[in-house]
Unconditional design. Structure first.
Length: 266
């Protein structure tokens, strides 16, 4: 419904949303699966079949976005490991390979993915949620943070490996559930009794992937981060954006994460 504009860039593909659900339960009623826990069974196999993905972690669960045109490859790749369902009129209906196999051709093996540089700013982040009925109470603050509190983005290529801080604020509203990621200093501006976090109230550090905007055609970017962290049993909160990918890890594990990723690049 947004009118065409010189100010808005739109990726040229339509994307579908996949979510991994444990034991057939709805994501809202279960522990979030975690991007690193689905790395080996979903993200890595898709990368091996040259399927580009966008990753979006939320407070409740994790979502994988794939191009609609890649759906046959996705179904054939994952059918051996998962029961796959699609939503029709609010009901979950089983999907078989035959449903989407129109002219399916096994893709050519993907070339070795590019290992993009990673940056780890010193900024500490919070992962939060808020009850929908309390959202109006912080609406003015949200608008101020979203539109009036940040300096213009750096020019591409101006960032460096010794990045000290990063401006990052993520807000998602999915099926009535709200997820927010903000830096610890910004959190202090909000009423503490309205923002909900985990019982431990842990802080997170970020690893940003890519020294230049990444685009949407390359595969294996999420796997570059998620696979080594899965092997080390380190959880991550992952957010793909229009230009870069971002993985948040518990603050106490950031040193180990950087070492793992540096070893992978070497």
């Amino acid at each position: 419904e947004l009118p065409p504009s010189e100010f808005m860039q739109v990726a040229d593909s339509t994307w579908l949303v996949l979510s991994v659900v444990s034991n057939g339960r709805a994501p809202s009623g279960s522990q979030a699966t975690g991007v690193t826990k689905i790395a080996r069974s979903v993200i890595v196999p898709l990368a091996e079949h040259h399927v580009s993905v966008l990753m979006l972690s939320t407070y409740q669960t994790d979502f994988i976005l794939v191009r609609e045109r890649d759906l046959p490859v996705v179904i054939h790749t994952l059918a051996g490991e998962f029961d796959i369902y699609k939503e029709e009129s609010g009901e979950c209906v089983p999907v078989t390979c035959d449903d989407v196999s129109n002219g399916f051709l096994k893709p050519k093996p993907a070339a070795s993915p590019t290992l993009h540089p990673v940056q780890s700013p010193q900024t500490r982040f919070c992962v939060l949620t808020v009850a929908p009925d309390t959202l109006p109470a912080i609406a003015t603050m949200l608008i101020d943070v979203l539109f009036y509190s940040h300096s213009p983005p750096r020019e591409a290529g101006a960032s460096s490996q010794d990045l000290d801080s990063i401006t990052f604020f993520a807000f998602s509203l999915i099926e009535g559930y709200i997820s927010i990621v903000m830096d610890a200093e910004t959190q202090k501006r909000f009423p503490s009794d309205l923002l909900l976090t985990s019982s431990t109230g842990e802080l997170w550090r970020m690893v940003r992937i890519g020294g230049q905007p990444l685009g949407f055609d390359e595969c294996g970017i999420v796997a570059q981060i998620a696979e080594p962290l899965a092997t080390a049993d380190i959880s991550a909160y992952y957010i793909s954006t229009f230009n870069f990918d971002h993985a948040l890890v518990p603050e106490e594990g950031i040193t180990e994460v950087i070492q793992l990723l540096q070893q992978r690049q070497e």
